[in-house]
Design a protein around this ligand. Structure first.
Ligand code: NAP
Length: 324
């Protein structure tokens, strides 16, 4: 019977679903560091459902029968895809099921940062609400403003849709390929990133982390933004030069930032971002709702079972190099 090693947040009923046809080794919620049982299980596993185990050459050497890895995420920047392909291992991810929830998170950052929700909540709790609020507490409109999307894929489009259809925002976008259907649907206009940065009131990044997007946004890009612009990173921390962002925020260009992702996660306790009032920080919760994490785990389970049965799974990443 084929063996599935589970190192991610799969639900009990999903474990039972897999046990109907496969042997399942359960490493949920246990420490994976120096775990001899994990070493043994890796040596015999045909598939791995993964939440946080770093996939290195050394680990793959210890897993000679591994043929499938299903990550419980849409982003797969943490995986050595070329090496997996060379070894004939299929990687699967979880697109689509998290798109709307991640866009909700992105839009909540846009709203919270523009309207200073977290900052004013703290201000009130500190007992500083002693009379009428004044310009020192005023925020910036969201409705009717220009939203610049850097990346207009699944999640970027869902954020832009909220902005255009829900808040009457004008949409600019910079993306590797044109998106004529979204231009039609949302009135979005494709432009060079420099123009987007200079024009947008809200800039939201949703590109994947690949070689070309490491530090895609740095000092030069921040310098092009409007002084009161709001910058949102919903993608991956390393897409943004975080040191440059801190400097730029201190100089007031952009005026504020909403961040779900960071160059180092968890965010280190000495990060200067923690002391900045004009920043809203979330602990990488883009897809983190009960419903969506459940759906992501289900997609990973389905991908794994399909691949082990020799079928093409719903969301393969490197199908070309895989022999069922
Ligand atoms: P997607 O549908 O593949 O969208 C990515 C878009 O970025 C595509 O439209 C792509 O262009 C574009 N793109 C790629 N490289 C680019 C570049 N160098 N310059 C400009 N545009 C570029 O992926 P998705 O499902 O929307 O997810 C996007 C990313 O969001 C993921 O990779 C992940 O890192 C991140 N994410 C974060 C969270 C969170 O918790 N914060 C949750 C989910 C995902 P083409 O259309 O031309 O290919």
């Amino acid at each position: 019977m084929k063996k599935i090693l589970v190192c991610g947040a799969v639900r009990d009923r999903q474990m039972e679903q897999m046990r109907e046809a496969f042997q399942v080794e359960d490493f949920r919620g246990v420490s994976l560091d120096n775990n001899p049982a994990l070493e043994t299980a890796l040596g015999e596993a045909d598939a791995l459902i993964n939440g946080g185990l770093p996939i290195t050459s050394a680990l793959l050497d210890r897993a000679p029968s591994l043929r499938v890895i299903a990550t419980i995420s849409v982003g797969y920047d943490a995986y050595p895809v070329d090496e997996l392909s060379r070894r004939g291992i299929l990687l699967c991810n979880t697109p689509d099921v998290l798109t709307e929830t991640t866009a909700d998170t992105g839009f909540s950052l846009i709203m919270a940062t523009g309207r200073r929700v977290a900052e004013l909540d703290s201000w009130l709790r500190r007992g500083e609400w002693k009379g009428s609020v004044g310009p020192a507490q005023f925020g910036k409109d969201v409705h009717g403003k220009t939203l610049g999307m850097i990346g207009l894929g699944r999640i970027g489009a869902a954020v832009a849709r909220r902005g255009a259809l829900g808040f009457g925002m004008s949409i600019l976008y910079s993306n590797s390929s044109p998106k004529p259907a979204l231009e039609e649907e949302l009135g979005a206009r494709r432009c060079e990133m420099a123009e987007l940065l200079a024009e947008a009131d809200y800039v939201c990044v949703t590109v994947p982390l690949v070689k070309e997007t490491v530090h895609l946004i740095g000092a030069g890009e921040f310098a092009l933004m409007k002084p009161d612009a709001v910058f949102i990173n919903l993608a991956r921390g390393k897409v943004v030069d975080e040191t440059a962002l801190v400097d730029a925020l201190k100089k007031g260009r952009p005026g504020a930032a909403g961040l779900d992702v960071f160059e180092v996660e968890p965010l280190p306790g000495d990060s200067p971002l923690l002391g900045m009032d004009n920043v809203v920080l979330l602990p990488h919760v883009g897809s983190a709702t009960h419903e969506t994490r459940d759906a992501m785990a289900q997609r990973a389970v389905d991908n794994t079972c399909q691949a082990l049965r020799g079928e093409t799974p719903l969301s393969p990443v490197n199908l070309d190099s895989w022999q069922p």
